[in-house]
Design a protein around this ligand. Structure first.
Ligand code: THU
Length: 160
């Protein structure tokens, strides 16, 4: 008999009045960094900031290319740099903020599939979940407590 495999996922709605100082500074850094995105093709400017367990914070933005698939998202840019330079420090939190070039305010943003799989890679490497915070146009932050909430049926083991 056929049956279903169901997983329940959830995002937390995190209002600004409850943000910790640490979270606020990560969100502000992501927003600030989005201004330096190289996004002449989409005009969609994304910034991502990342906190490591060693206390270091990094930020990067999307870097597009005239050959579109060459472009890289903000999340993978910051994770590649931080993990390439601090391979032994666990990533704890990533904040993502986006804006359309010709609009005021914040745009909705969710990490793409490639970025979700990349976040998963470092969760598996460090055997620890990464918190993903996405600023919403309404001013709240959507929080995924671990990549499972964004990528429930994911590929993370070559041997099972
Ligand atoms: N983008 C990111 O950098 N991060 C996201 O979470 C969503 C999308 C970039 C990719 C591309 O440069 C532009 O936004 C439009 O998709």
């Amino acid at each position: 008999m056929r049956k279903k495999i169901e997983l329940k996922v959830a995002l937390e709605v995190y209002p600004p009045e409850e943000w910790t100082a640490e979270d606020r500074s990560l969100i502000e850094l992501a927003q600030e960094t989005s201004k330096n995105a190289h996004a002449p093709y989409s005009d969609f400017l994304v910034g991502a900031s990342l906190l490591l367990e060693n206390g270091k914070v990094f930020a990067a933005n999307n870097q597009e290319n005239v050959s579109f698939p060459v472009g890289i998202c903000a999340e993978r840019a910051v994770l590649s740099y931080a993990m390439g330079n601090f391979p032994d420090s666990k990533p704890l939190k990533i904040a993502i903020v986006a804006k359309r070039r010709n609009e005021n305010g914040v745009a909705n943003v969710m990490p793409c599939g490639l970025c979700r799989q990349t976040i998963n890679e470092y969760e598996v490497k460090f055997k620890s979940s990464i918190t993903v915070m996405m600023l919403s146009p309404d001013g709240n932050v959507l929080v995924a407590h671990g990549i499972e909430q964004l990528l429930p049926f994911r590929f993370n083991d070559l041997n099972s």
